[in-house]
Design a protein around this ligand. Structure first.
Ligand code: PLP
Length: 340
C-alpha cells in the first residue's frame, strides 16, 4: 500500500523511510550487506570521515512509469562513478553489480514510498560510503560502511522550471586538480560558502571557471552546463575537473539520436557564452534548470530564451529525457533498470 503522503506537495527534503541498506568493510572485505530499520549511524569520535572527510556519495532516482512499473535510470553509471571516486579517495571499491543489487533491494524494501506516476515526485536514492574506524595520523581508514537510504522528493521546481539568474564566481570550485571526477562531500563542503554568498547577493547559483586561466566554463556546484547555439547545436564544456554528470551524458545521446542535433563536447570560453541561444544546468535532481541570465561582474549576459520559460530546444531535450525515464518514450538499450 502506497504511503499516505501528499505527493504533489512534497518538497526537496529528507523524509525518513523504514529501511536502508548497510554493508560493512573490515579486514579487507565487504560483508554480505543487509537491510536495517536503524536510521542512525554510530561511529568513533575519531572516525576518518569526521576528521579527514573520507566520504563519498552518489545520487539517483526511482520512478513509477506510465504503465505502473518502478524503475531507476542507469544505476550502473552511478556504480561505476563511485568506483572511480573510491579509487581517488583511497577507499575500498564497492563492486558495480553489488551496488546495483543494493539499489534494487533498497527500493523494493521501501516500495510504498515510490511516488505514483504523474505526481511529479520521485524517490531519491542516496548511496554513500565513509571511513568509520578511528584514525588520528593522516591515512585512509581500515574500516568502512556503505549505505543506501531513500527519500521521496517533490518536483525540484514547484510550478514549473522558471529560468534562473546565476553569477560568474570569484571562488574557485571546490574540486582540486585531478579530483574532478569524484562525487564527494568535501567538494560540497568547500562550495557551501560560495553558494551562500551567491544567494545573499540574489543569484541562484555560481558559474565556476577553470582556476588556472579563469577563461573557461567549468560547471556549477552540483550540475553541468549545457548550451544551445543559434544554429541548434548542443555544446557542453569538456574539462578534467568537471564531474561527469550522467544526466549530461544522457542528454548528449538524446540530442544526437532522438533529436538529430549536432553535439559538441569541448572547451567553452566564457567570452563565447554571450553568443549562445539557450543555457541550462543539468543533473539528477532537476534534470535541466534553465538559465535566463548570467552576471559576470556587472556585465549581464541575457539569453534570448528570456526569464519566463525554458528555451524551446532545452524544453525538447527535457521532455525527451523525462519521457524516456517515465516510460513514455522507448529508452536506449540498458538505460532503464526495472525494479518492480
Ligand atoms: C552530481 C553532480 C552533477 C550532476 O550529475 P548527475 O549524474 O547528472 O546527477 C554535476 N556536478 C557535480 C559537481 C555533481 O556533484
Amino acid at each position: 500500500m502506497s504511503k499516505n503522503i501528499d505527493w504533489s506537495n512534497l518538497g526537496f527534503g529528507y523524509i525518513e523511510t523504514e529501511q536502508r541498506y548497510v554493508s560493512n568493510y573490515k579486514d579487507g572485505a565487504w560483508d554480505d550487506g543487509t537491510m536495517s530499520t536503524d536510521a542512525t549511524v554510530t561511529i568513533s569520535e575519531c572516525a576518518c570521515v569526521l576528521q579527514y572527510a573520507q566520504t563519498c556519495f552518489e545520487g539517483l532516482k526511482a520512478y513509477t512509469t506510465e504503465d505502473g512499473r518502478v524503475v531507476c535510470f542507469r544505476p550502473d553509471l552511478n556504480a561505476q562513478r563511485m568506483v572511480d571516486t573510491c579509487k581517488r579517495l583511497e577507499m575500498p571499491v564497492f563492486p558495480v553489480e553489488r551496488f546495483v543489487d543494493a539499489v534494487v533491494q533498497t527500493v523494493k524494501a521501501n516500495i510504498d514510498y515510490v511516488p505514483p506516476y504523474g505526481s511529479g515526485a520521485t524517490l531519491y536514492i542516496r548511496p554513500y560510503m565513509f571511513g568509520s574506524n578511528a584514525v588520528i595520523g593522516v591515512s585512509p581508514a581500515e574500516e568502512y560502511q556503505f549505505r543506501i537510504f531513500v527519500t521521496p522528493v517533490g518536483p525540484y521546481f514547484k510550478g514549473g522550471a522558471k529560468p534562473i539568474t546565476i553569477r560568474v564566481s570569484d571562488f574557485d570550485r571546490a574540486a582540486p586538480r585531478g579530483s574532478g571526477h569524484i562525487k564527494a562531500g568535501l567538494n560540497y563542503a568547500m562550495s557551501l560558502h560560495a553558494i551562500v554568498d551567491a544567494h545573499n547577493q540574489g543569484y541562484a547559483e555560481n558559474m565556476y571557471l577553470d582556476p588556472a586561466t579563469r577563461t573557461k566554463v567549468e560547471e556549477t556546484g552540483g550540475a553541468n552546463f549545457i548550451f544551445i547555439t543559434k544554429d541548434n547545436k548542443l555544446v557542453t564544456p569538456k574539462s578534467d575537473s568537471i564531474l561527469p554528470s550522467i544526466t549530461r551524458r544522457s542528454l548528449m545521446v538524446v540530442a544526437k539520436e532522438y533529436l538529430g542535433m549536432e553535439v559538441e563536447h569541448r572547451e567553452v570560453l566564457l567570452s563565447e557564452v554571450k553568443d549562445f541561444a539557450e543555457c541550462g544546468l543539468c543533473g539528477t535532481a532537476a534534470v535541466i534548470s534553465p538559465v535566463g541570465k548570467i552576471v559576470d561582474h556587472g556585465n549581464e549576459i541575457c539569453f534570448p530564451s528570456g526569464m519566463e520559460e525554458m528555451g524551446p530546444v532545452t524544453k525538447k531535450l527535457y521532455d525527451t529525457l523525462t519521457g524516456i525515464q517515465m516510460g513514455r518514450i522507448e529508452a536506449p538499450e540498458g538505460w532503464i533498470k526495472e525494479i518492480k
